[in-house]
Design a protein around this ligand. Sequence first.
Ligand code: MSK
Length: 657
Amino acid sequence: MKYKYNVPILNAEMPGKEDVQKLTPNPATRELLEKMADDGCETCFDRFEQQQPQCGFGLRGTCCRMCQWGPCRISEKNPTGICGKDQASAIIGNLLRALVAGLSAHARHAHEIYLSIRAAAAGKAAIPLKGTERLMDLAGRFGLDTTRPASELADQVAGILLFDLSRMEAEPMAMLAAYAPRERRETWERLGVMPRSAAFEVMEALHMTTLGGCSDWRALAAQELRAALAYCYSTLFGSSLATEILYGIPQPRVTTVNYGVLKSDHVNILVHGHSPVMVEKILDKLNSAEIQARARELGAAGIVVGGLCCTGDELLARYGIPTVTNIMGQELALGTGAVDAVVVDMQCVLPSLQQVAACYGTRIITTCASNRIPGAVHIPFDPENPETLEDDAHKLALLAVEAFAGRDRQRIRIPRETTAAVSGWSYEAIMERFGGPKQIAGLLRDGKIKGLATVVGCNNPKVPYEYNHVTITKKLIAGGILVTTTGCSAHALLNAGLCAPAAAELAAPALAEVCRELDIPPVLAVGGCVDNTRTMRLFIDVADAAGRSMPEMPYLFVGPEPGNEKTVGQGVSFLAHGVSNVIGFPAPIPVPLPRKPAGAAAEDDLERGSNEIADFFAGEGLREKVGAKVYTEPYPELAAQTARLHIRRKRQALGWD
Ligand code: MSK
């Protein structure tokens, strides 16, 4: 069954389950979709069909729900809401609210990590400070006395990071001052978009968009950039680098991923979410002789730990622990019938998980007070009261293993797919392999690598599951573009085999030669969502080594399936740094120029969203300000073509082609 947008936004069709079955690249997905249908267990793929047709005003971002007078549907017929707000302010206001919601999610993650560093530094909990190299690096950048003891420095660094989250007065953010390139800082100063802190910019964004607040869409667009910079430096850089202080900097590891890593005769435990503190401790416990013996006592041959979403990406990067799947595959993973327990922390955990768990006898355990699921066992980690961490992790590991005894063995079917991969591409690991940013800049200048792109973000049922991620990436590497990836996109690319060195054979000859020489895959899985930091650092340092500004460089940010509000900040952060975006479909950024397909019936007429906002993002408005723009293209072949053309134009302008 195929769906059209009821109020078409793009000349595109919504995929039904049949389309997913045809196009999704992982055979394991197809097998599990069928199995779960046979088992009578509903998934998000079914619920997406049930929600059609979706509201056209919501799809275009022209539904304003920012006060209790609304909701107002803004259209050509009624060009303002009840308060008089126009389309442009409604659309950019929605986008800004989405961005700060995503910023808040990453900020909550960052908060947990920073407080964990404080707890570790105070010796209050058995949390390690393994990343001495990162601690000294950050302490030096923040101007601290690096001869002080590590615990003292860790406490001071955590204090600075917490201040970047919470500062209320106009002072520079410490992380931004430490890492942002000088040319970008001058640009942002000139535009008046320097942020104060995550908390201040969230407050200001909500204040500006409340009833009777700011009605100038240009001022709201400026706040979008300001909030994105707070997002980037306080919550992405902060979380990623602070996690390295706790657990060390990842190094490359050969591993195996995909649904087939689950084993029917083992206890299978999935870890899910974003923040790794509790999960790290559980891993210790699961590896203990006591818990291993308990698993054997229950008849299991051993324990498999598999990763979902960004907690999965984290553990894959740091230890090579196999990942299984991403946000839209989480129900399918339970559909194998082989998962005994899922330990979830925060974000991207579908509310349906408990219902699916009930179909297959899986135990769900929640570990974050702000991510509760009715019916789940709840053992929270509180970094301000971390003394019980050790005991709680032990209890939790035992609960997860003991779920094996209650497994329904009739419903087990694990797809056979396993995929080789090399994980652990931290910024330092990439630099070590290439020899430094100068070498990467040289390869770019010589055309051995045509460009650098990051393919990231979530899944979205509006495009065929994982098809766009994989199709675009294959075309990028075939065009000689080296790719980094994080988050749910990374799961799609890992399972498709693109993060294994053998994928070099799919790359353009010169890129393939570089990959073989350095023994790297053409797609580098750098970690979870917050580890877009690693890509940003790579982009910043290679531009610097090339003696060019960021907007001049052949770089791209590609988000084929944006879903979570967190992806808005990702895209806009890269835009603020002069890196253009190719995104898969408009919402919540409105489509630039919808077209009417030849011979379309009247009900298929395409409507424009907001001209001002569309033109600002896709036209010259944003480019004049920050040197980057947004391309929107739902068809992956065309998106890849757009991406390659963009890289070629950048290279020509640099005189590198
Ligand atoms: S988990 S934010 S669905 S990438 Fe980070 Fe995936 Fe997007 Fe969540």
